[in-house]
Unconditional design. Structure first.
Length: 501
């Protein structure tokens, strides 16, 4: 079977080489005739296919000039039809020897699927009521030297689609629509924040330390300074420095990088939204999270009721809010309010068969988190805010005034997955220093994801950070949700891929 597969691959490669050679020969002939299409630097089109088809009455019998890639072609002697595709639509054109003349029509017949052409002519409807352009002039604008995959047999393999996104966008129009939606979703998020008085800012991608989240960083080297640097794993600490500096509301939508495993929800580089507001807390962050999701869905998709991977979800405001301990009690009947010590929590985990990854995680707070992961997360289908997280897993969140073992932190879950993370930000420099020390100890004990000591951030807190609410939302996951995409690779134009060779 493997031998047959190899033979088929070799045959396909020979066929492709033959077809490419034919196209190169056509190009060479054009160049020898002084008609090199690659020498064309500009083409003045008057309209797009989408404009014409959406406003046919306005364009009927009027001359237009359009341009696009040939995606279909039917040669019928002295008259032919071809279909071109531009940025937003496709449109048919009627091309005849009577209109173009013998020489130009002969040249048109040599054009290949994939070539870019310009068409000038008048708009009309065929007998089958298809809006078309009656061509008076056709210009070859660029030669395609590699055939496109056949429409129904070509680019369906997901791995190949992700590697050759440029081809995927051509032959799979629904993919293009997903990325148009991506752009609209991000624009809507920006609009919502701008309306609320948030200032969009940019912070460094390269940092001298890794901080702001629990994740393994990418490390690079700056030759001139002769120092190692880290690609940011979060936007948080620099944005909070700006709150210290006097801005009341800031946000950034930017790429972050985490040197971790890849799966349908994780790519080494991804897009995060982080925002911070002075004089607000994590309850305010719940409100704005709810608004971002519900308004974006309503104004981009025109509904808050969506289907994600077969699950019906309603993003309308009024999301459930529950503490982490209460959610565990609801799911499995265990009440961690009645478990006071680390030892008791670890013993309970062992009884339930919950594995604790290492000695540094043998705390009541870490066990609470493990129970939540095991029993609760996958059950949270409708939008739910889970709040009051243990101190041990929340090094940057303010402690609850009435329970110093827990923090004013929440995560939002939809369809059994986490979509956002928020705090009432820790602004006590002494407490923050002690928590950074615990992160350093964990790193020294072998935890590659633990954070580092950030002395400059401690100094900023000593200058003074007002009470502040902060929020992070995974933009790619939001787009996956609103486009019903199963994998993060479906919403990234160029996902990270292992090289073929």
């Amino acid at each position: 079977m493997q031998e047959n597969k190899n033979q088929n691959n070799q045959t396909e490669e020979l066929d492709m080489n033959h077809l490419m050679q034919i196209r190169r020969d056509k190009l060479k002939e054009l160049q020898e005739e002084g008609k090199d299409p690659y020498e064309i630097t500009k083409f003045n089109r008057t309209n797009t296919a989408g404009e014409i088809k959406a406003n046919y009455e306005q364009f009927e019998q009027k001359d237009v000039t359009v341009a696009g890639r040939i995606i279909a072609k039917r040669i019928m002697g002295k008259a032919s039809f071809c279909t071109i595709q531009d940025s937003d639509e496709k449109i048919q054109s009627y091309v005849s020897i009577n209109d173009l003349g013998e020489e130009s029509y002969k040249a048109f017949k040599t054009f290949d699927i994939g070539d870019f052409i310009g068409i000038t002519g008048f708009v009309f409807k065929t007998r089958t009521e298809e809006i078309s352009i009656h061509a008076k002039e056709v210009t070859l604008l660029s030669k395609s030297l590699r055939p496109l995959p056949e429409k129904f047999h070509g680019l369906k393999d997901p791995d190949l689609r992700y590697r050759q996104r440029y081809t995927d966008l051509i032959v799979n129009p629904e993919v293009k629509q997903s990325f148009i939606l991506r752009s609209k979703i991000i624009s809507k998020v920006r609009q919502i924040l701008d309306e609320k008085g948030y200032l969009e800012v940019e912070t460094p991608v390269l940092n001298t330390i890794s901080g702001g989240a629990t994740a393994k960083p990418f490390i690079t080297h700056h030759n001139s300074l002769n120092i190692d640097m880290y690609l940011r794993i979060a936007l948080e600490l620099n944005l909070k420095r700006l709150i210290v500096g006097g801005f009341d509301k800031v946000y950034e939508i930017g790429r972050v990088f985490r040197n971790e495993g890849m799966d349908i929800r994780h790519n080494p580089e991804f897009t995060m939204l982080e925002l911070y507001a002075a004089y607000e807390d994590f309850h305010d962050m719940m409100d704005i999270t709810e608004e971002i999701f519900s308004r974006t869905a309503q104004e981009v998709l025109e509904t808050t009721k969506i289907t994600y991977q077969g699950q019906e979800i309603d993003l309308a405001p009024g999301w459930k809010r529950i503490t982490m301990i209460e959610s565990i009690k609801e799911a499995c009947g265990i009440d961690f309010n009645e478990i006071a010590s680390d030892e008791e929590a670890v013993r309970l985990a062992k009884e339930k068969g919950i594995e604790i990854p290492d000695k540094t995680k043998e705390t009541r707070g870490d066990v609470i988190s493990l129970f939540f992961d095991e029993y609760v997360e996958k059950t949270l289908i409708q939008p739910t805010f889970v709040y009051e997280y243990p101190v041990e897993i929340s090094p940057l969140a303010k402690k609850c005034p009435n329970n110093k073992k827990m923090t004013e932190r929440f995560e939002v879950f939809i369809g059994g997955r986490e979509y956002g993370n928020a705090f009432s930000e820790l602004n006590d420099p002494i407490d923050q220093y002690e928590r950074f020390k615990k992160q350093v100890e964990a790193k020294e004990a072998g935890d590659e994801e633990a954070g580092m000591m950030d002395e400059d951030y401690i100094q900023a807190l000593e200058i003074g950070l007002p009470p502040t609410g902060g929020l992070g939302i995974g933009i790619d996951r939001l787009i996956m949700l609103l486009t019903d995409s199963a994998s993060i690779r479906d919403v990234l134009l160029f996902p990270t891929m292992k090289p073929l060779n």
